[in-house]
Ligand binder design. Structure first.
Ligand code: SF4
Length: 495
């Protein structure tokens, strides 16, 4: 779509709205010519504490015009937000008129569409007022507004659990048995990079030791540990034991309420590894079949069957972990609404207290895009999700965290469902950015969150296992930045 911006240069706002409303329409900044049938002119003017936005557009033979007038007040930062909101709203309404589309999350384009709810509830608004805001100000559908109200309330509850010195720790194991068709993650297939694993574990253990010392010195409390990847259970039982022991030795675990380990691929789960996890007090394992349809498993590049998942689940059940999660994805290649329904029903039969339902997100570098694999359309994905929500509710689960990614089929969302009291708090902490996350391992992203504000800083570990292993100084620099962040916070708190 050709875009002409007058009186402003808010390309990002307009482009995000365009991607949300008309996925596949790329923004082009060229003069509009007679005969063009996809263009928009977005104009902004300001006078006497108000901004006026007008949008004229044409899309596939349908024209639309829209105006929005909004007051501007507060700091420069506030006014910038108000201006952007007015532009996004005006563009949304114009495209909606011309193209007749209403995405499920309305004009919310961010990763965490429940954030406005958490803020509103924290601000003393009632759930009804928060719902009205979502539906009237952001055009969110009633179904999605209900979801956001529940997950937004869970985020508020999580926020209340945390003190200013509470953090969470993430440990990344970037190895997998094979690469899934939808994955763009920098995970290395273990078959091809077997020799990288031992030095990686050595470097990881050293990084954890240094991090633990830094955290103790700064007087911070670890509330949750999450071991993800990749697939952590690609490590041997002995390697997992080393990593978990390093964590216990390095950190004061007295306040650590939960330890989650992703045992994503059933073909990596053994009794020996589960025994190690149990011995270290792991409170949750996550087995991630993504589908229970054998032909879909083959299509996504998994070298195991649904029968292997069942066997892995039986084994996991024997160890009596307090919580078990299973992940599914709606929209996988060769899946259908009926297939997804069968997968969900089979997962519910296992009786785990957590089920996470993802929507397929198309990622650059994934086999789906590189090889042009056929995937179900947005309507079919919508049908899958429409089945999932009531089925999960009927089985006693409620939504407790949600997030969105770019290029998700149908512009839907990922939702963590759990039975009451079975929340994985780490998932809420990270998705709602409630506390700092200190990340260890290749590709780790450490977030430093100033409590009660939107102030967040990030530092990143080196991406690839080899460079991570060979250049430990980068991790130490990141840990120094983390320590400085809290030093600075402490100084400010004393002022
Ligand atoms: S298990 Fe996860 S990280 Fe590993 S290849 Fe599959 S999607 Fe990627």
């Amino acid at each position: 779509m050709k875009l002409v911006l007058n009186g402003h240069d808010e390309r990002y706002v307009v482009e995000q709205s365009l991607m949300n409303l008309l996925p596949g329409e790329l923004p082009v900044y060229e003069p509009i010519q007679p005969g063009d049938d996809a263009w928009a002119i977005v104009s902004l003017s300001e006078a006497e504490g108000r901004c006026g936005v007008t949008v004229e557009l044409s899309y596939r033979g349908q024209g639309a015009a829209q105006t929005v007038d909004a007051p501007l007040s507060g700091t420069d930062f506030d006014r910038e937000g108000q201006r952007r909101h007015a532009i996004a709203r005006c563009f949304f309404l114009a495209v909606q008129k011309a193209a007749g589309v209403t995405p499920p999350w309305g004009m919310l384009t961010g990763v965490r569409p429940d954030k406005p709810v958490t803020w509103a509830l924290a601000d003393g608004k009632t759930p009804e007022q928060a719902r009205a805001m979502l539906e009237n100000d952001y055009f969110v559908t009633p179904e999605r507004a209900s979801l956001a109200l529940e997950t937004g309330a869970a985020a508020l509850a999580a926020q209340k659990k945390l003190g200013p010195r509470d953090i969470a720790v993430y440990v990344g194991i970037p190895f997998c048995p094979t690469r899934c068709a939808y994955c763009s993650f920098v995970s290395q297939s273990v078959e091809r990079s077997f020799s990288l694993v031992p030095p990686y574990v050595d470097a990881l253990v050293e990084e954890i030791r240094a991090g633990g010392a830094m955290v103790r010195e700064r007087g911070l409390r670890v509330r949750a540990l999450y071991m993800g990847g990749g697939t952590p259970t690609t490590l041997t039982a002995e390697q997992m034991d080393r990593v978990l022991t390093a964590f216990e030795d390095a950190f004061d675990t007295a306040f650590c309420e939960e330890i989650t380990v992703e045992a994503g691929r059933p073909d990596t789960i053994t009794a020996e590894k589960l025994a190690v996890l149990k011995a270290h007090g792991v409170t949750r394992v996550s087995v991630n079949p993504q589908t229970m349809e054998d032909h879909v498993l083959r299509a996504i590049g998994r070298h195991h069957t649904a029968g292997d998942i069942e066997a892995a689940m039986e084994l996991v059940a024997k160890y009596g972990f307090p919580h078990v999660n299973m992940d599914l994805i709606a929209g996988l290649p060769e899946d259908t609404p009926e297939g997804f329904r069968r997968s969900l029903d089979r997962c519910l039969d296992f009786g785990t207290d957590n089920v996470t339902v993802h929507t397929l997100a198309l990622k650059k570098g994934s086999r789906i895009l590189l090889e042009g694999l056929a995937i179900p359309g947005p309507e079919a994905v919508g049908e899958m999700l429409d089945y999932a929500a009531p089925a999960l509710r009927a089985a006693g689960y409620g939504p407790y965290y949600l997030y969105r990614q770019k290029y998700m089929s149908g512009s839907f969302e990922n939702i963590g469902w759990c039975r009451p009291g079975a929340e994985c708090w780490y998932n809420i902490y990270i998705m709602s950015e409630l506390c700092s996350i200190l990340s260890f391992g290749a590709g780790g992203s450490t977030k430093m969150v100033e409590p009660g504000t939107n102030h967040i800083q990030r530092v990143f570990n080196l991406k690839y296992p080899k460079e991570y292993t060979e250049r430990p100084e980068k991790c130490l620099t990141n840990q120094a930045a983390f320590a400085d962040f809290y030093k600075e916070l402490g100084i400010r708190a004393e002022e």
